[in-house]
Design a protein. Structure first.
Length: 64
């Protein structure tokens, strides 16, 4: 499992609903630099697990 950091508000409200995705950062320092809102929103550490590599046939569609 790989660890990453994200804004707590993004985690609570955007992770499952944002059609344009959410950003994960490799360090807390990067998150704080690129999203200074975390001073108010809070920051969280998440775990990212590789599940499956998708084939090129599955990547041809741009449906949201």
């Amino acid at each position: 499992m790989t660890s990453a950091y994200m804004c707590k508000t993004d985690y609570d409200h955007e992770l499952s609903d944002a059609s344009d995705g959410v950003k994960l950062y490799p360090s807390l320092k990067c998150l704080q630099y690129y999203q200074p809102c975390v001073a108010q929103c809070g920051a969280i550490k998440v775990g990212v697990v590789f599940l499956k590599q998708l084939s090129s046939e599955n990547l041809g569609s741009r449906h949201v």
